[in-house]
Design a protein around this ligand. Structure first.
Ligand SMILES: [Zn+2]
Length: 204
């Protein structure tokens, strides 16, 4: 949807919060605390996080420079957080200038990056592991295990005491709890029915 500057600014702000979390997740996974630690094949390495970082660091500055140019604003290459901070201003300007296609393209980019970052950080959980006997009740053949899709979490900041000092730490809250899906017939169930459904499957 084009023309929702507030929603667009929120997406940019959320992406701005996710960006440093990607770097943190990568560091945790590689265990790299200094340049002296080489990444070896035996070390756990989160490829999704790496991919998201590579894509964002390549695309965010390019899209921002393009939006600035279309607005007729001077701009030089800047780091991802600065780009994300300025994008809402360019977006508003594009809408005011009625350059809707560019505004729309920029919105799509931000939505894609946000989803990419959240997927990499496991904040969007496309598939919760369910017991294999949890199958679609709408048909017996084929017996189709259900998938849990559409759940999404957001990062929130909590102040915790660490070594006697208050420190901000990221934690997450559930934004959407998703639903259950049969990929064969398309039947869906609200997550709240999980227990009811399991009971029904058990009893059958
Ligand atoms: Zn089904």
């Amino acid at each position: 949807m084009t023309g929702d500057p507030a929603g667009f600014a929120e997406d940019c702000a959320e992406l701005g919060e996710l960006w440093p979390q990607l770097a943190e997740a990568l560091q945790k996974d590689t265990g790299a605390t200094s340049g002296a630690t080489a990444i070896t094949a035996s070390e756990p390495f989160n490829l999704d996080v790496m991919r998201a970082m590579v894509e964002l660091s390549a695309q965010v500055p390019v899209t921002t420079a393009w939006a600035a140019e279309r607005c007729g604003e001077p701009w030089r290459p800047r780091p991802v957080p600065t780009c994300l901070h300025n994008l809402p201003r360019f977006h508003e300007r594009l809408l005011a200038l009625q350059i809707a296609t560019t505004a729309q393209a920029v919105e799509q980019d931000v939505r894609r990056w946000r989803r990419l970052a959240k997927l990499a950080l496991r904040l969007i959980d496309p598939s919760w592991d369910l017991p294999s006997w949890v199958v679609c009740t709408a048909h017996e053949v084929p017996s189709t295990p259900l998938r849990h899709v559409g759940a999404e979490r957001a990062i929130v900041w909590e102040v915790v005491q660490e070594e006697g000092k208050p420190k901000k730490k990221p934690s997450t809250v559930l934004m959407r709890d998703g639903y259950w899906l049969c990929e064969h017939c398309g039947q869906t169930w609200p997550t709240a029915q999980w227990e009811l459904l399991v009971a029904a499957v058990k009893a059958s």
